[in-house]
Write a protein that binds this ligand. Structure first.
Ligand code: ZN
Length: 426
């Protein structure tokens, strides 16, 4: 009887336990990809150091680096030795071959479109910006805009469109990056638009699309303060409120790639109406249109459709600065709601750093001492300090840079995945 039960239990146990992780996940990349990414991150690095940092044999680094050199992705660069050894031969380091590929990154927004071109080592080659009319567009018009902007930035970089290996595009709204579909965006009339596929067909170049806030987080991860951090948040305040979250050095997207919509987390039951159609979203208290709504009501200002919202907000800000109590209360209230949103981020994720970014960072009430004090009150008291808040008002070029990083990642992964033969060398 006992033996039978044990046998049953053993059969049961053979189903296995523990997480079912595919052999190669995002964090377990092929050694060749790890070698390439470390070279790119280091700028210049000797082979010996590569082997040491990756914890692999110098022989396997030599094999892989030879293949990467042969594939034209990296190159050997002689670095003069310093000190005693200065008289000897120069040391040889490995670096990314900057001219191997060029990519473009774009930010399409409600106000203006920006684009950059960067080389394979991530260096900026050219940038361009074009204004746009407000309001959502049909896909055809969006594609016309993308094409026109791309041709202008290519002309500035003195390259042909066909010289590009990839294009990354950031748009506001709910975007499924893996499928390249904009499920809803303030720049598009239709829902569920296959932007990446349509743009790729129009341009004749592979296109990646992502939520714009994710791209600011990607820009910080690639070029900014987030390079050395494993977990941090970027909160963007522009026409809407967005968030990009980096978890374990990667952008966290969620199971359906639709997570991190901080702007649509609820801060008030049955509260103010949001652009998304629901009530009480953080965005409905902090974003441009929330401030504009209060300004037109409280200050008795007529807001004409033709009048840019920026003009109205500038006027509101000037009044607040000049001491107008109502104008000040509007900003202060928005700051307090932002404090609720940020403390929720801290309580949920415990990030090492929160970066506030976006056009609205010009309005200092958003990170005034009283806003941060409010945030401290709402953050659970663990006896440890809350994460630092940094303000990075870098402008739209940063966002476009993030889009370029998205394109670089896609290009790199496609190339490295196409040469599986040295996987055996691992
Ligand atoms: Zn909403």
């Amino acid at each position: 009887m006992l033996a039978k039960a044990t046998h049953a239990a053993m059969t049961e146990a053979r189903k296995g336990v523990g997480p079912l992780i595919p052999p190669l996940t995002e964090s377990q990349r092929p050694l060749r990809q790890q070698v390439f990414e470390l070279i790119r991150a280091a700028g210049l690095i000797p082979r010996v150091q590569l082997a040491k940092d990756l914890g692999v044999s110098p022989a396997s680094v030599t094999t892989i680096s030879s293949e990467l050199i042969e594939a034209g992705l990296i190159e050997e660069i002689a670095v003069p030795r310093g000190g005693e050894a200065g008289r000897g031969r120069p040391a040889v380091s490995l670096g990314v071959k900057a001219g191997a590929h060029l990519v473009a990154g774009m930010k399409l927004s409600d106000r203006e479109h920006t684009a950059v071109i960067v080389d394979f080592a991530g260096k900026l080659i050219a940038d361009e910006a074009i204004p746009r009319r407000p309001g959502p567009m049909q896909l055809g018009e969006l594609l016309d805009t993308i094409e026109a902007l791309l041709d202008r930035v290519c002309a500035k970089a003195q390259i042909a469109r066909s010289d590009l290996s990839g294009v990354g595009i950031g748009i506001p709204g709910f975007v499924d990056c893996a499928d390249g579909v904009a499920l809803w965006s303030s720049v598009l009339v239709e829902r569920a638009v296959p932007v990446a596929e349509a743009a790729s067909a129009r341009l004749g170049i592979p296109v990646q699309v992502d939520n714009d806030a994710n791209l600011v987080a990607l820009a910080e991860l690639w070029f900014g303060a987030g390079r050395s951090l494993s977990d941090f948040a970027v909160v963007t305040i522009e026409h809407g409120v967005g968030m990009g979250f980096v978890m374990n050095h990667r952008i966290y997207r969620g199971a359906q790639r639709l997570g991190m919509e901080l702007g649509h987390t609820k801060v008030h039951l049955d509260g103010a109406l949001c652009r998304c159609g629901q009530r009480g979203c953080l965005e409905a208290y902090v974003a441009d249109y929330a401030l504009a709504r209060e300004a037109t009501t409280a200050l008795n200002w007529g807001h004409k459709e033709s009048q840019p919202i920026n003009v109205l907000l500038e006027s509101l800000y000037d009044h607040a600065k000049a001491g107008n109590a109502t104008a000040r209360s509007i900003f202060r209230r928005a700051g307090r709601y932002l404090a609720v949103g940020l403390s929720n981020v801290v309580n949920l994720f415990d990030p090492a750093l929160i970066i506030l970014s976006g056009e609205r960072m010009r309005y200092d009430y958003l990170y005034a001492a009283e806003t941060l004090a409010e945030m401290d009150n709402l953050t659970i008291n663990t006896g440890r300090p809350r994460p630092p808040i940094e303000i990075h008002a870098w402008g739209d070029l940063l966002w476009a840079h993030g889009a370029a990083a998205l394109a670089l990642s896609a290009v790199t992964e496609a190339i490295l995945a196409n040469q599986p033969r040295d996987l055996a060398a691992e």
